[in-house]
Design a protein around this ligand. Structure first.
Ligand SMILES: Nc1nc2c(ncn2[C@@H]2O[C@H](COP(=O)(O)OP(=O)(O)O)[C@@H](O)[C@H]2O)c(=O)[nH]1
Ligand SMILES: [Mg+2]
Length: 320
């Protein structure tokens, strides 16, 4: 998507087929077209120079990822515009093992967004040459969370296997090595690689999501899949996620709520919330409960103008 022009690929044609440039037709009304949408086109779909097609229909979305927006939260259009990616199958949560250090609070938030949107999560731990994954993996020990470890000198075969045949959205904080990874996966992509500054934040180079077709793998006949890079997206809005749905991001805690009183909100203020006993009995990590409660509390402050990761600076792994 670039200044009102949408680049479309026609289905069932190979990577060499021409790209079709299209604009929105007036009959779409206020509906926004986002990366990943499947659309109906009319007009000149030849892909020839200067040819312009029109998008007349947006197919029903199988999944929707929304970014956090602090403005226009209360208008229908505002909520619509905040959809960043449609029809993704997988959310690849990119986190560095060091420089910047992993933030499980951010990962937990992404997991909630993924489960809520019915998208499978994949934890992609970069900079494995700098630090081991034990702490992060230990924190998620009770979850069957798929993960890959990445280092500059090792091949990406395990990751490519997990990306094959699917549309995967990459999300991660600045500096974690997302652009480096995208460039390795799609050498033609030419994503800008930034420098990690002293406070662990890289520069922000571009903001709109872009879908990239993964190149065919030598000797592998299957569809290599697509990745969607989301440079401007730092977190996902969870305001629309109910307290119960939020719990789905914490499968290690779900069983612990069986003994909760009716309408228990599971917050630290709930005197009879069974989750405290669940953790005390060693059934789940207390840092997981703390993280869940932080997310619960942050939802009520979703209109806060600070970045979501700045509102609740505590991180489950901090000090451990
Ligand atoms: N040691 C190490 N450095 C990496 C690795 N991946 C990326 N980097 C470096 O981390 C910095 C930030 O990378 P970049 O791809 O721009 O991160 P982005 O902000 O997430 O897109 C750059 O200096 C990269 O060279 C890795 O696996 N190991
Ligand atoms: Mg980048």
């Amino acid at each position: 998507m670039d200044r009102g022009r949408y680049t479309c690929v026609l289905p069932d044609v190979g990577p060499d087929a021409p790209l079709v440039t299209a604009m929105r037709a007036r009959e779409l009304g206020r509906k926004s077209v986002v990366v990943g949408d499947r659309v109906g086109l009319v007009g000149d779909t030849s892909g020839a120079d200067g040819a312009l097609a029109r998008i007349v229909r947006i197919a029903e979305r199988t999944s929707v990822l929304r970014r956090t927006a602090d403005d226009d939260e209360n208008t229908a259009e505002g909520r619509l515009e905040r959809v960043v990616v449609a029809n993704a199958d997988q959310l690849v949560i990119v986190s560095a093992l060091a420089d910047p250090p992993p933030r499980t609070g951010f990962i937990d938030r992404c997991l909630v967004a993924a489960y809520d949107a019915d998208i499978e999560p994949l934890l992609c731990l970069t900079k494995a040459d700098l630090a081991g994954p034990e702490q992060v993996l230990g924190y998620y020990a009770e979850l069957e969370l798929p993960y890959v470890l990445l280092r500059p000198d090792a091949d990406l075969d395990a990751l490519r296997d997990l990306l094959a045949g699917r549309v995967s959205v990459l999300v991660g904080h600045s500096g974690v090595g997302k652009s480096t990874l995208v460039n390795r996966l799609v050498p033609d992509a030419d994503r800008a690689v930034g420098v990690v500054s002293a406070i662990g934040r890289g520069r922000h180079t571009s903001t709109s999501a872009v879908a990239l077709r993964l190149p065919p793998r030598p000797g592998v006949g299957t569809d290599p899949g697509w990745i969607v890079d989301t440079p401007g997206v730092r977190s996902f809005g969870l305001a629309h996620v109910s307290a119960d749905s939020l719990l789905h991001g914490f499968p290690d805690l779900v069983e612990g709520t069986v003994d909760c009183p009716a309408n228990c909100q599971h917050t630290a203020e709930e005197a009879d919330c069974a989750l405290d006993a669940w953790v005390a009995a060693g059934k789940a990590d207390e840092r997981r409960l703390a993280s869940y409660r932080r997310l619960l509390a942050s939802r009520s402050g979703e209109g806060d103008s600070r970045e979501p990761d700045q509102r609740n600076p505590g991180d489950p792994l901090e000090g451990s």
